[in-house]
Design a protein around this ligand. Structure first.
Ligand code: AMP
Length: 468
């Protein structure tokens, strides 16, 4: 998953991109990068591994002048964790400097890449996003938007894109609309970002969310809606609402906070915990869900787990050993809240089960009499091929174990997953309503074909990190 931002027509654009990336940090912590363009369309770039705060400072931003900028925070879903894969992707083309920030995952990248390589293309990275750069640069269309459209017509899968070509900014969302993208106005200029929380931070007012298939150009202080991409059935990623997006964002025309509360209420109705005395969340992603659960069940909401905010998202860390060790660094139970009580722990999802198992052990050690785990989404049984970093099927605990087996493995007294219908209804798609979500990781119902090659290539890359 990634966070992307574009700024056009605002002085000191790189500084705004930098601030916006701070608000999008939760979408990717492996690398951060900004490309800025000055009045002469001279592009300057800085990218680095790690957090936004680790990569940029005042002096560096001073060296990225101009009123157009594109920024990106990344964690890998395609291609390995190396600097070469950090974005924005950058290239010099016959239309001028091109930079591209991509959120999503292309399903036909391996096939397109093989063809391009056969034709002589030289790739700098192993990321799927670079394929788009090559397709744009090689297009014979006469206008820059023609070149971009040419590329968009060849790629398939999930993509929210921000592209600068010369000093013009373009943005698009694939026709299925997997990933969010919002347009904001700031002074005489515009800001485009993955989530509205980034627009809030830079003081931009929200103009609109880009709809699936939207393709826009921002130039000379004006936004032009270009011809839309070929329509397809809309499949917004429901996991954005369940886990990924920040609760202070509006995503897919709804408040993420409101959706999570509703997921919590639905969970309480489907899986009550009779006799429980307190309910608490696994902070922070399930805070709003626990609130909803407490509201609907009447069980008192408490803060039973404290999260250390200086650790980062453990799941995002790509090595398994580190992930396990980090559970203890990241969470600590509040003994006074837990001791002698029957507790309900609300989490948004269960992936491998590692974090939750460690947490349950800590909660028991803090004196809980009973532990009832409630999850605000159904069992995750398949990987995401559209940009969320879920692991391979083999590593997903619910792909190979029954709910009862998982309950036993986690060591909880009871385990309740929200049903697929319950989750979709809470997210705004009641039974019988027109489908609007992708729920492939829960249901196995993938909205695109998944080439076997793509399954094989997950996390495999010809690039080896120095020292590895
Ligand atoms: P585990 O118990 O190891 O399966 O980890 C579950 C935790 O991972 C939950 O608290 C989720 O909030 C979190 N989580 C779920 N999906 C993801 C993801 N794609 N990236 C990062 N964290 C995730």
């Amino acid at each position: 998953m990634c966070g992307i931002i574009g700024v056009a027509g605002v002085p000191d654009a790189s500084r705004l991109a930098y601030l916006g990336l701070y608000a999008l940090q939760h979408r990717g912590q492996e690398s951060a990068g900004i490309v800025a363009l000055d009045d002469d369309a001279t592009a300057r770039m800085h990218k680095g591994m790690g957090l936004v705060s680790e990569n940029f400072d005042q002096e560096l931003l001073d060296r990225l002048p101009g009123d157009v900028a594109v920024g990106h925070t990344r964690y890998s879903t395609s291609g390995s964790t190396v600097l070469a894969n950090a974005q924005p992707c950058y290239a010099n083309t016959r239309c001028g400097p091109l930079s591209l920030a991509h959120n999503g995952n292309l399903i036909n990248a391996p096939e397109l890449r093989a063809r391009l390589v056969q034709e002589g293309a030289i790739f700098q990275s192993s990321s799927d996003s670079e394929v788009i750069v090559h397709l744009i640069a090689r297009s014979e269309a006469e206008t820059p938007e023609g070149q971009i459209r040419d590329a968009l017509e060849q790629i398939d899968g999930a993509y929210s894109l921000i592209i600068s070509l010369g000093r013009t900014l373009y943005a698009t969302v694939d026709s299925r609309g997997f990933r969010p993208l919002a347009l904001g106005k700031l002074g005489d200029g515009f800001v485009i970002a993955s989530e509205t929380c980034a627009l809030d931070l830079v003081g931009a007012s929200v103009v609109c969310e880009l709809e699936p298939g939207d393709f826009i150009r921002v130039e000379d202080g004006e936004v032009t809606h270009l011809q839309r991409l070929k329509p397809r059935p809309v499949t917004r990623c429901v996991f954005e609402l369940v886990y990924f997006a920040r609760p202070d964002s509006m995503v897919f025309h709804q408040s993420v906070d409101a959706a999570r509360r509703e997921l919590g209420r639905a969970l309480a109705r489907e899986h009550p915990a009779d006799g429980a005395e307190v309910v608490f969340s696994v902070p922070d992603s399930s805070n709003a869900m626990a609130l909803g659960y407490a509201e609907a069940s009447g069980i008192k909401l408490e803060h039973g787990l404290i999260r250390n905010h200086y650790v980062g998202r453990t799941f995002i860390n790509p090595t398994q050993a580190l992930r396990i060790a980090k559970v203890r660094i990241k969470f600590n139970p509040v003994r006074e809240v837990i001791e002698g009580k029957s507790v309900v722990v609300v989490d948004d999802s269960l992936v491998r089960g590692n974090t939750s198992r460690g947490l349950v052990q800590m909660i028991r050690a803090a004196g809980a009499r009973e532990v009832h785990l409630r999850l605000g989404s159904p069992p995750i049984t398949g990987p995401c091929h559209y940009g969320i970093d879920t692991p391979t099927r083999e590593e997903l605990i619910a792909a190979t174990h029954s709910v009862e087996e998982i309950r036993e493995y986690l060591g909880v007294d009871s385990l309740g997953y929200l049903s697929l219908d319950g989750m979709l209804a809470a997210a705004g798609q009641p039974p019988g309503a027109e489908p609007r979500f992708c729920h492939a990781c829960f249901s196995g119902d993938y909205p695109t074909p998944i080439p076997e090659e793509l399954v094989q290539l997950r996390h495999v890359s010809p690039l080896v990190e120095a020292g590895a």
